[in-house]
Design a protein. Sequence first.
Length: 104
Amino acid sequence: MLHLFLMTPPQNAGGGAGDQLMSFLIMFGPLIAIMYFMIIRPQQKRAKQQQALISSVKKGDAVTMSGGMHGTVNDIDDSTVTVTIAPNCHVKFEKSSIANVSSK
C-alpha cells in the first residue's frame, strides 16, 4: 500500500502552466538583465573602441602590437599594416593585432 502512495504524482493546488511561466520569468528575467549589463554590453563597448582605434591608424603612427612588438606604421592595406620595427626591417601584421596607437 505504501508503494502506491509513493508512486502517485502530487496533486496541483490549482496552479497551471501560466503560473509556472510567470514564476520562471520572475526568477530568470533579472538574471538575464544582469548578465547583459555585466558581460555583453561592456564587451560590445570594448569591441567598438578597438574598431575605432584600428580605423584611426595612419602612416607614421607608433603602434604596439598585441604580441608586444613596438614599431612605426609604414604602409596600410585593407586588412594588413606594415610596421617598421628597425631600420630597413618591415613586418606585415593584421590590423586586428594592433593593441595601442600613439601619434608621433
